[in-house]
Ligand binder design. Sequence first.
Ligand code: PGA
Length: 253
Amino acid sequence: MRRRIIAGNWKMNGALERNRALVMDLLAGLPADPACDVVVCPSAVYLAQLQTLLRGQNDVSLGAQDASEHAQGAYTGSISLAMLQEFGVRFVIVGHSERRRDQHESDLTVGAKVRAVLAAGLTPIACVGETAQQREQGLGAFVVQRQLGAILAMNAGMPLDQLVLAYEPVWAIGTGQTATPEQAQGMHAAMRMQLRQAGMAADEVRILYGGSMKPDNAADLLAQPDVDGGLIGGAALKAVDFLQIVQAAGERP
Ligand code: PGA
């Protein structure tokens, strides 16, 4: 059975005192030995703070929101995987739609970043998803297939057992307009089929859903057979909400 992942993407939110309170509330509220992997991805400047706060426990892992595909050198503002590793990072979100949009990350860049994360021995959470306009034009499945295809093509020959994917329809991110469980399941199943056709052990790859996942819709989304967890934005900033989603992920029908 695929172990579920609930990952909090804090995006450009947080402050020292608020982070501390949030992490303390999370650690206090988590069941001992949670039934899913729990990950928090703060802004990079707070990784050192969270490394300290999370020391001595194994229930919550640290993730980064991005990483450079380059090892070192003249890349102003970028952060290398070796740097992230020094701060205990184990997961790296790659190709989030906000970076594709704001930093103009292409499919090729995303594929190269996934490759760099895998080569470093960390777990990429590689994001794909269509915009509202693409969906309205009937291109949703095509766009997701293209984005996933680029990730697979750029990682031919890489050990892909650590690859985690996230289907994040752009129209659902931060909008409160969640994909229905059927919409999510349909896309997740198509992605798994694509992995299988590429010769991968598709049944072992975890595919998360992201886009306005909240306590009141998490259980229905997670009940879908191909939804293996969630990448949570807004609801990850409130300990009670995030904990409720973690709890829903621990319950198997
Ligand atoms: P949201 O963000 O939960 O606030 O919609 C999800 C994400 O962007 O990863």
